[in-house]
Design a protein around this ligand. Structure first.
Ligand code: GDD
Ligand code: MN
Length: 360
């Protein structure tokens, strides 16, 4: 029975697996450990390679998820698939130094600590050759995290940490968001009581093989995580995102309508129909790549998803107009009638597309 599970989330890391296992094996000599790769069906065959290694070495395991993406949710599912009293999370590209693992484990074994974090911002730690642009973004993200964190962490953006099972279960039971990249922020913000933490220095190393999955949409995911921590108890953040996209869609609708009707002299009904179709397409694409980034539809499924989205939203539009007309007929103020229709339509569209278009 392993004392420590090292959870390693991977997406297209086939070229790094062997080195990760070798470095962990070397660092944890004398410890009863296992290493669990959690792979989101990487096209480069990471999972197949991980399973091949697992066939040769019982300490290596592979958990493959299909049809889903997300670093935080991968880490959570990996941690839940462990039976060890101590669980660590470490990137699969060797940017986190496995040599820190024994000191982390010793700290937890000593008792009195819930979680040990590898930090680049305590004495002895460093950023390596982190670009100045990413340093700036990381500083800003760290400052924003203060709104939800219940602890003064030097490096809340770190994805390198080890915690005890009771602390882990406490955090998970109190509703982690599992959104995006920053699992450590999520754990600390979800903890029902302040976590007793320790920080150990490490230097962020250069990526071994492959390339980073961090892109501009990670910023969006991070804002969604913060929003979920702040207001998620009252309203689902996906609904907020869906509504924000819908608001932008209204702008697109009006722009297309203006162009077709006023600019090109198209008939009003035809222009309105065109604007509706374009706005629905716009909303679909944006929701698919932002609101439902973790369940994104691609290829043929992108097309069928669009059909179901248009169908659902058409029914929503009828409901919208019906409710508004009903209220207006009964002497409700016109603006209130219209907004009631919009709200009912939006809730309908959100509810139906979350089940049919972006089902899990
Ligand atoms: N399963 C899964 N699913 N793994 C993923 C996904 C995903 O959707 N996206 C990324 N990963 C894996 C990568 O394969 C890698 O092992 C690890 O998560 C980190 O991803 P990188 O793409 O290498 O991220 P990074 O180095 O730019 O970002 C890192 O920034 C922090 C420092 O600010 C984070 O991942 C942190 O862990 C790190 O400490
Ligand atoms: Mn990396």
């Amino acid at each position: 029975m392993p004392e420590l599970t090292v959870v390693v989330p991977t997406f297209n890391e086939a070229g790094n697996l062997a080195a990760v296992v070798a470095e962990v094996e070397q660092a944890l000599a004398g410890v009863d450990w296992e290493l669990l790769f959690v792979d989101d069906d990487s096209p480069d065959g990471t999972a197949d390679r991980a399973r091949a290694m697992a066939q040769r070495d019982r300490r290596v395991r592979c958990l493959q998820r299909i049809g889903r993406r997300g670093l935080a949710s991968a880490c959570i599912e990996g941690m839940l698939a462990s039976s060890a009293p101590y669980v660590a999370v470490m990137d699969g590209d060797l940017q986190h130094d496995p040599a820190l693992l024994p000191a982390m484990l010793d700290t937890l074994r000593g008792g009195g600590t819930d979680i040990v974090i590898g930090s680049r911002h305590v004495a002895g730690g460093g950023l390596g050759d982190f670009s100045s642009q990413r340093q700036g973004i990381s500083r800003l993200a760290t400052r924003l995290s203060r709104a939800v964190l219940k602890a003064d962490l030097s490096d809340p953006m770190s994805g390198f940490f080890m915690l005890t099972r009771p602390a882990l279960m406490d955090c998970l039971r109190h509703g982690v968001s599992a959104i995006g990249y920053k699992i450590l922020v999520d754990l600390f913000a979800s903890a029902p009581r302040p976590l007793r933490f320790a920080e150990l220095p490490y230097t962020f190393r250069a990526r071994q093989a492959g390339h980073s999955k961090l892109d501009s949409k990670v910023v969006w995911d991070y804002l969604m995580l913060l929003a979920d921590k702040l207001v998620g108890r009252f309203v689902p953040v996906r609904f907020l995102a869906f509504s924000a996209v819908g608001g932008l869609g209204v702008g697109v609708h009006l722009a297309v309508l203006g162009l077709a009707f006023r600019g090109l002299g198209m008939g009003f009904v035809a222009a309105q129909a065109l604007a509706t179709l374009v706005a629905m397409g716009f909303n679909y694409v944006l929701n698919n790549s932002l609101t439902y980034r973790d369940r994104r539809r691609r290829g043929w499924r992108f097309f069928t998803g669009w059909l179901s989205f248009v169908l659902a939203c058409s029914v929503g539009a009828f409901a919208n107009v019906g409710i508004a007309a009903y209220l207006f007929d009964r002497q409700t103020f016109w603006l209130l009638s219209a907004l009631s229709g919009v709200l009912v339509g939006a809730v309908w569209n959100y509810a139906v597309t979350s089940v049919y278009t972006w089902r899990t």
